[in-house]
Design a protein around this ligand. Structure first.
Ligand code: S3P
Length: 196
């Protein structure tokens, strides 16, 4: 694995609307695979005018491998260790929107970083709906078939709820609508604000 290279994973500046909004802390999107974390974070980034970073993409570029290749090479344990390093890194510095991998809540260390590091938005999804949204299940080594996904999701539900500051039901709703709802709630909580 190549390491130590610096990449810019932000939404390109040209795609970010100039805006008077600012984030007071990092915002982490959590939820099962297929919940819409990455698309919602990207759309919200445009509304706010800030950076959105996808943890899996960050990991893939840092390692020079796809997530499924990392799993094949170093196993889930190896992937989880990289995931914790990256989460710690992204929870510090300039506040930004971070879409996390669905399994980020598994490690208690990660749950601590999420709870202390910023605001956590949990996007709720059923395994059935997630399966219908994921175009390439093979890219998610832990999704498997629907029955497996249902079992994995159920075991993670208490962990998502443990870290969540805000819960959003995604059933039957597009990511545009969801991002606007997250915007409204973050504004209400004072996490998105307009400096004068
Ligand atoms: C995983 C979810 C994936 C990715 C990896 C493991 C999981 O991310 O991190 O395949 O354990 O749920 P997405 O939730 O973005 O698909």
């Amino acid at each position: 694995m190549s390491d130590g290279q610096v990449f810019d994973f932000r939404t390109p500046a040209s795609q970010v609307e100039p805006s008077a909004w600012e984030l007071t802390c990092p915002v982490f999107f959590v939820g099962f695979m297929g919940a819409g974390k990455t698309s919602t974070a990207r759309k919200l980034a445009r509304l706010v005018g800030c950076a959105a970073i996808d943890m899996d993409t960050y990991i893939e570029r840092r390692c020079g491998m796809k997530v499924r290749e990392i799993f094949a090479e170093v196993g889930e344990e190896g992937f989880r260790s990289i995931e914790t390093d990256v989460l710690r890194e992204l929870s510090t510095g300039e506040p930004q929107l971070v879409s996390c991998g669905g399994g980020v809540v598994l490690a208690s260390e990660n749950r601590q970083i999420l709870k202390e590091g910023g605001c956590v938005v949990y996007l709720k999804v059923t395994a059935q709906e997630a399966a219908s949204r994921i175009s390439n299940v093979a890219s998610r080594p832990l999704f498997g078939n629907l029955e497996n996904a249902q079992r994995v999701l159920e075991s993670r539900l208490p962990l998502y709820e443990e870290v969540a500051d805000i819960c959003i039901e995604t059933a039957g709703r597009g990511t545009g609508l969801i991002s606007r709802e997250v915007f409204r709630l973050l504004k209400k909580e004072g996490i998105i604000w307009q400096p004068r």
